[in-house]
Ligand binder design. Structure first.
Ligand code: DX5
Ligand code: ZN
Length: 214
């Protein structure tokens, strides 16, 4: 069984509070917050004020995914009481180790995300410092894309490396996850599955959530 973090990006922004309450009532583990700056990725989503507007509505912790250049400038903004993880991109950080330390200094769990073309080996010297590794299974920037199968190999590689070295990080996958591929993802060793379209656009959200969690 995996944990699920529905991505708010796929919710109906015109009825954001209702959509988020709905999935919280069904039973989710985290709310995934996709922050895009129009620079690191070719799209702009929303900032911390939109996330904070859900305080008191969202009953699970925030799982913040920063798809932004220079994330250090905005870390404080996202380190709210309801924030559990803050994840930055390997590709967006000039001094990744320092950024991870910065997130920890704010009292939050630190994650690092890798794009589809970035190998797991790029993280070799940071794996003992992070609480979460996020494997992007689509190119970041948009919801509703198709799952890139090589992500499953990366999850398995991370699971093996974790076991072999006694590391503590959780493994998360993000992009194109759905009831049809969730079993393969879980079996590879994934702890947290992000799903946007497959949850918020589902005819039966409870069924989709339960099938993805397994
Ligand atoms: C992509 C985002 C993902 C994505 C997930 O840049 O990080 O969280 O929107 O959405 P689906 O599940 O629709 O691929
Ligand atoms: Zn995301």
């Amino acid at each position: 069984m995996a944990k699920i973090a529905p991505s708010m990006l796929a919710s109906d922004f015109s009825r954001l509070a209702e959509d988020i309450s709905d999935v919280c009532n069904i039973g989710i583990d985290y709310l995934h917050i996709d922050v895009m700056d129009g620079n690191f990725v070719p799209n702009i989503s929303f900032g911390s004020s939109v996330m904070k507007s859900l305080n008191g509505i969202c009953t699970v912790p925030y799982d913040v995914h920063l798809m932004i250049e220079n994330p250090d400038l905005l870390l404080e903004d996202f380190a709210t009481e309801n924030t559990e993880f803050i994840t930055v991109h390997y590709e967006a950080c000039k001094h990744l180790h320092r950024t991870i330390q910065h997130i920890h200094s704010l009292g939050k769990k630190a994650g690092v995300a890798i794009n589809p073309a970035t190998p797991v080996s790029a993280l070799a010297y940071i794996l003992d410092e992070v609480d979460l590794v996020l494997v992007m299974s689509v190119n970041p920037g948009f919801g509703g894309q198709k799952y890139i199968p090589s992500a499953t190999y990366k999850i398995a590689e991370l699971a093996k490396t974790k076991w072999f070295n006694g590391y503590k990080y959780l493994i998360e996958v993000d992009g194109g996850a759905c009831p049809e591929n969730a079993e393969e993802i879980r079996e590879a060793g994934c702890d947290i599955i992000v799903a946007g379209t497959a949850v918020f656009k589902a005819e039966d959200r409870a069924e989709a959530i339960n099938k993805i969690k397994g």
